[in-house]
Design a protein around this ligand. Structure first.
Ligand SMILES: [Fe+2]
Ligand SMILES: [Fe+2]
Length: 263
């Protein structure tokens, strides 16, 4: 496997201020982010908008797409629960330039599998993956021996949510409701390097059986403050089956720390 690096961003939540998500800071921070981003590939893990109404949400999704395009980086998005409050899956796909809400792409010898975990959203914000998509996932995971990275908005795995400001009050909604089935299918997959997700708005790293799993924090979340968010994101690199993940902020521009492991 050759050297591979890409950038992960999640939960941009562009829009008005909601709870501790100052979505009005997103555009400015994204512009700094693109200046700092060194890799040519960006994976956007969903929840692009602070949902308000159809006009605002579709407009903010378009604005994000146009900022990503202007950056010249190749971007691979997935759908989050907030993207679908007022804008349908079909409308999101049209804006994002995607043919399907779940898809895969081989990039530098790695098969990236992008899931739709809002298929459909359960309760207020819990994820789900449909039977049809699970069948597709099973095929994608076993069709070849290529190394594979799974990218999704929701985690499929449980986390210790103690200290998370949001998901302690909506226990269980931090993940996919049929996560056990997803785990069973993932464990039958060939050569899985990791599962990458967002949704929980914090850093979380856990090995689920043989699968290393990483939750990327929200770009805009700034609990308990409501302004001056840091713009958090991750950089991911693989070389000779060594994975290095750097945790970074744009405001100020800092490397907060790293995780390294062999896969
Ligand atoms: Fe979110
Ligand atoms: Fe979410």
């Amino acid at each position: 496997m050759t050297h591979n690096s890409f950038t992960l961003i999640s939960d941009i939540h562009m829009g008005g201020l909601i709870e501790c998500r100052p979505g009005d800071e997103a555009e400015h921070l994204l512009n700094i982010f693109f200046d700092l981003c060194e890799s040519e590939v960006i994976i956007d893990l969903g929840d692009r908008v602070n949902n308000h109404d159809y006009c605002s949400d579709s407009e903010n999704t378009r604005k994000i797409v146009s900022l990503f395009r202007k950056s010249g980086k190749k971007t691979y998005p997935v759908l989050g629960n907030h993207d679908l409050h007022n804008v349908t899956i079909k409308e999101n796909l049209e804006i994002l330039g995607l043919q399907s809400s779940y898809y895969s792409k081989i990039i530098n010898g790695i098969r990236f599998i992008f899931l739709n975990t809002a298929d459909p959203v359960r309760k207020e914000c819990m994820g789900h993956i449909s039977c049809q998509q699970l069948k597709w996932l099973e095929q994608e995971l076993t069709a070849d021996d290529l190394p594979k990275i799974i990218c999704a908005h929701h985690p499929f795995f449980s986390q210790d949510m103690k200290g998370n400001p949001f998901f302690t009050t909506i226990a269980g909604q931090e993940k996919i409701d049929n996560g056990e089935e997803v785990e069973r299918i993932l464990l039958q997959g060939k050569n899985i390097l990791c599962y990458l997700c967002g949704h929980v708005h914090w850093f979380y790293f856990k090995k689920v059986n043989t699968i290393p799993c990483l939750a990327v924090p929200s770009f805009i979340e700034n609990y308990p403050l409501k302004e001056q968010c840091a713009g958090r994101y991750c950089e991911f690199s693989i070389e000779d089956r060594k994975i290095e993940i750097s945790f970074k902020t744009v405001n100020p521009s800092r490397v907060l720390g790293k995780i390294e492991y062999d896969c």
